[in-house]
Design a protein around this ligand. Structure first.
Ligand code: HEC
Length: 156
C-alpha cells in the first residue's frame, strides 16, 4: 500500500535557478538533517512525516484525542475502520451512513474538505488545504494508531 511520493516539478525552474541558488542552498542545508531525522522516526517517510503530523494534530486536539472521545471520536485504530465505527461515540447520521472506510485515500479526501465528503457531518472544521500537511497528519494517525503508549488500554 505504499504510494510513491509525488515528484515536485516546482524546482525545475531553469534560468531562475542561478538567481535562487543561495535560497536553494539554504533550503538544502536546513532540510537535509530534518529529512534524515524524519526517516528514522517514520519508516514510511515517502508518504508523510509522522513527527510533523503530530504537531499538525494540535489543530484537532481541541475536539479529538487519540485514546478517548471528546467532542469528536477517539482516533486510535482508525486506519481500516469504517466511518462512524467507534462504539461508544454518538455520530451524526451523515457520518454513520457515509459508507466510508478510513484509509489514506478516504482520510485525505475527508480532511481536505470534511463537509463536502460527508455532507451534514457535525465536524466543524474547514479542512486542511496543504497536501503535504494532510499526508503528515495521516502518517501520524497511522503510527499512533499502532502505539501502545497512545492506544494501549482502550477499546475501539
Ligand atoms: C470543532 C471540533 C473538531 C475539530 C477541530 C476536528 N474535528 Fe474531527 N470530528 C469532530 C466531530 C464532532 C466528529 C464526528 C462527526 C460526525 O459524527 O458527523 C469528527 C469526526 C472525525 C473523523 C471521523 C472519525 C470516525 O470515527 O469515523 C475523523 C477522521 C476526524 N474527525 C479527523 C479530524 C482531524 C484529523 C482533525 C484535525 C485536522 C479534526 N478531525 C478536527 C469534531 C472536530
Amino acid at each position: 500500500m505504499r504510494t510513491p511520493a509525488k515528484q515536485s516539478t516546482a524546482r525545475r525552474s531553469g534560468p531562475s535557478l542561478a538567481r535562487n541558488a543561495p535560497v536553494l542552498l539554504l533550503t538544502c542545508l536546513l532540510a537535509g538533517p530534518a529529512t534524515l531525522f524524519a526517516s528514522t522516526v517514520n519508516e514510511d517517510a515517502a508518504f508523510g512525516d509522522a513527527a510533523r503530523g503530530e504537531e499538525i494534530y494540535q489543530q484537532c486536539a481541541g475536539c479529538h484525542s487519540l485514546s478517548y472521545n471528546r467532542t469528536g471520536p477517539k482516533h486510535c485504530g482508525i486506519m481500516g475502520r469504517r466511518a462512524g465505527g467507534v462504539n461508544d461515540y454518538v455520530y451524526s447520521d451523515a457520518m454513520r451512513r457515509s459508507d466510508l472506510v478510513w484509509t489514506r485515500e478516504t482520510l485525505d479526501r475527508f480532511l481536505a474538505n470534511p463537509g463536502a465528503v460527508v455532507p451534514g457531518t457535525t465536524m466543524g472544521y474547514a479542512g486542511i488545504a496543504s497536501d503535504q500537511n494532510r499526508r503528515d497528519l495521516i502518517a501520524f494517525l497511522e503510527s499512533a494508531g499502532e502505539s501502545p503508549e497512545h492506544c494501549g488500554l482502550t477499546e475501539d
